[in-house]
Design a protein around this ligand. Sequence first.
Ligand code: SF4
Length: 370
Amino acid sequence: MDDKKTGMNQPAPSLWESNLVHAMRTAFRLSSHPDSRKILGAIMRNQAATAALRHRLQKEGVTVPAILIISATTACNLRCSGCYAGVCSSGIRKEMPLESLDRIIGEARELGVSLIMIAGGEPFLRPGLLETAARHRALPVVVFTNGTMVSERMELLSAHRNLLPVVSLEGSAEETDRRRGAGVYRQVTETMQSMRESDLLFGVSLTATAGNIDSVTDPGYAVKLRELGARMVFYVEYVPADPDAPQEPLSAEQKATLSRRFLKLSRQTGMLCVAFPGDETPYGGCLASGRGFVHINAAGGLEPCPFAPFSDRNAVTDGLLEALRSPLLAEVRKNHHMLEEGKGGCALWSNREWLAALAGNTGCCGKSGD
Ligand code: SF4
């Protein structure tokens, strides 16, 4: 096995894998509906075999991540200030067909991926997307949504409890509407009440900025989210991807505050609270490029991370297994020591000039596009 510095075939840190399984087990224990417990329990019982698959492929030189993030559409009904997706997916002209998405999720399961995260754009906006993901009942599918189009899909979510919606808020009604648009806070909290009434297991995603770090990590606010029915909270560090938006990345001190507070909030509220990317130091640094997760853009391009729109393989044309043999991602892992986190919650975004040069060196098409 290569030493730490080269990292080429470094397996995922075992601490990361055990923490992931612990997080999944915690979330599933918080589900109360019998159908949720049945389907999520079966998924949990399969985690050891799933991890063994990854480890076997690692020995064969293929780094299979535990989490696969798929931004399956670029379309969105909102125009949030500072939206990274709008910037990072700007080169995409044509979205992958749903049949390809279906095949990629199936391949992910066969290769040992433990968790699918569907992002966008707005996933509830693309017809057939959720039905396609829901078919894969052996995989938990976290669906990041702006929460304004969920109410009319309660039946689907109740019937397919491997789908785990995570709605977005920015803190108070005023903070949320300022960034996401007038009335969005009311729509999202009404959606949360509907999901609570349907006894769905769901969560909330909070983008932590220099301006709202205190309100989104306020214990009273966390209790309110729990009373609205949430059982998981994702604290996502703001990445200043949109140069035209207010640049509000967390300072180093605020990052440390977030790392302390989300663990405390988890204990205080009993909800599963995670920070993304959070403090990756215990894992030897950035978990992108397959060490913990990879990203597939709406055209199928395989990228190190949602905030790093560079790819040299496409899971639609190459298949997922071949795409995971990406020279670009291997090069990023090999130069892992380069990924010092700077201003803004993503080491790859902070080092995008280096990544662009790397992408150039590996002959990739550079900025991801169709
Ligand atoms: S809902 Fe998400 S994808 Fe849509 S504009 Fe807002 S941040 Fe961007």
